[in-house]
Design a binder for this molecule. Structure first.
Ligand SMILES: [Fe+2]
Length: 457
């Protein structure tokens, strides 16, 4: 559903799409050079680009995958010039997965356009530095290739970040900063690798490529094994959340909503991407300790006695113990202290002010806000305005005033996300799509072991 408030963003998104696809198309026409593209060596590099894009794909975190195709594209630019570069960037990078099932033409064309555009900008830099006509010498050509590769990467990731910020109602600066911090190091390594490939191919033809390709393939295989292990750990977190929800049916969905509120606050407080992920997982599991609370207390419809409350109050520490082996994917400290209060009257440790870990202070506010705004068997839900007023009133007593301020700043985005489809969630971390193998906008369809989904289809 598109709300009335969304139309300027939809208009901006449509304009961005049209400009990117139009400019990309013009660059494809401008540099189209069939004899150079049909050169057998260039064709083999296109095949390598496609393999790099599809086979070396590694999921780093939700919505962020890395492939080695940037390296091959840089090598193609150095070895074969403008026509093959634009062809490799725009067409050899199609992912087979994008063509399966229902064809998603909008993101497919956007990605062809933004990659052609990035190729055109890279060519302009490479040409400007005198590298295409051999004026620059080996050192100059290497520096020019590095600059051109960097421009290619930056142009692509900026276009994808723009698309993501418009479609996900997020700030461009935050999206771009998250993408760059997660991928810049790999981009530098891939550009260097591409330049090395080009030099080795020039000196030893395919022997040079094999010399660099075999150890690279082994490194990628090892990295993929590591990622699979990491995925298994993330799946175990999902299982724990399911166990918790089965145990406490009246708070179904509470943990994932709370995680989204907490992330919105943490973004305002400039948490880096890896801490955002850690916070999200910790919030999803914040009440996991309730699996150790007896049914008679968990399911009691009325108020708890003093003893029962004392038993219930053990759940944060029990939860921290349960998730201890998952550190650093989650932070057990944040779970242990999510019922502390800023004025020191909370539990289990009665910590005060800054003694309470920041993640716990954020989780406490997010937890309370979701509890207020959802109905329970023993009371109806409050509306957002009433709940926000209560949060404000408790700044400095129950809640950290700095966290309350961040929460208030995040409200426009939270309201926007809330007004959208249920499956249109604000995703933590970095840009959706693939980077820096090649940044691209997925337009949806990404699946993660967590609860968020980028798709609104
Ligand atoms: Fe709790």
């Amino acid at each position: 559903m598109t709300t009335g408030k969304d139309w300027p963003r939809e208009l901006l998104w449509t304009a961005l799409w049209a400009v990117v696809v139009g400019a990309g198309g013009m660059i494809c026409l401008r540099f189209w050079d069939l004899p150079a593209i049909m050169n057998p060596s260039a064709l083999l590099f296109f095949l390598l680009t496609s393999l790099a894009e599809n086979v070396t794909l590694v999921d780093l975190q939700p919505k962020l995958t890395v492939s080695a195709s940037l390296a091959i594209i840089v090598a193609t630019m150095i070895l074969f010039g403008p026509g093959p570069l634009v062809f490799a960037a725009a067409f050899a990078t199609v992912r087979f997965g994008d063509l399966r099932g229902r064809l998603r033409l909008t993101p497919l064309l956007f990605n062809r356009g933004q990659l052609a555009l990035a190729g055109g900008l890279a060519l302009a830099v490479y040409d400007r530095l005198g590298a295409t006509v051999g004026r620059a010498g080996v050192a100059g050509q290497t520096a020019a290739a590095f600059a051109a590769g960097g421009i290619f990467f930056l142009a692509s990731i900026t276009a994808v970040s723009l698309a993501a910020s418009l479609k996900e109602v997020r700030s461009l600066r935050a999206t771009l900063a998250g993408s760059l911090s997660a991928t810049a190091g790999q981009a530098i390594a891939l550009i260097s690798l591409g330049i090395l490939c080009a030099h080795l191919y020039s000196a030893w033809a395919w022997t040079g490529i094999i010399l660099v390709g075999v150890p690279l393939a082994i490194a990628v295989a090892s990295f993929r094994r590591y990622i699979r292990l990491n995925d298994a750990l993330l799946a175990s977190i999902t299982s724990l959340v399911l166990v918790l929800e089965a145990r406490d049916k009246c708070t179904h969905g509470h943990s994932s909503r709370m995680a989204e509120y907490a992330l919105a606050i943490a973004r305002e407080l400039r948490f880096p991407p890896h801490r955002l992920e850690q916070l999200r997982r910790s919030c999803l599991l914040h009440d996991i300790g309730k699996i150790g609370i007896p049914d008679a207390i968990m399911d009691k419809p009325g108020p708890l006695s003093g003893h029962e409350h004392a038993v219930m109050a053990t759940h944060p520490v029990l939860g921290a113990t349960v998730v201890g082996p998952l550190e650093p994917l989650v932070d057990p400290k944040w779970i242990a202290h999510h019922h502390e209060r800023y004025d020191g009257t909370g539990y289990p440790s009665g910590l005060k002010g800054g003694e309470v870990p920041l993640g716990s202070r954020i989780a406490a506010l997010a937890d309370a806000f979701d509890a207020m705004t959802t109905a329970r068997p023993y009371r109806p839900a409050k509306d957002w305005e009433e709940s926000i007023a209560e949060i404000r009133a408790n700044a400095g007593t129950q809640f950290d005033p700095m966290v309350v301020e961040a929460f208030l700043r995040s409200l426009p985005k939270l309201r926007g996300a809330s007004a959208r489809d249920d499956n249109w969630r604000v995703i933590p971390g970095v840009v959706p799509g693939h980077a820096p193998g090649l940044a691209r906008w997925t337009g949806g369809a990404a699946t993660t072991p967590q609860t968020s989904s980028f798709s609104r289809h």
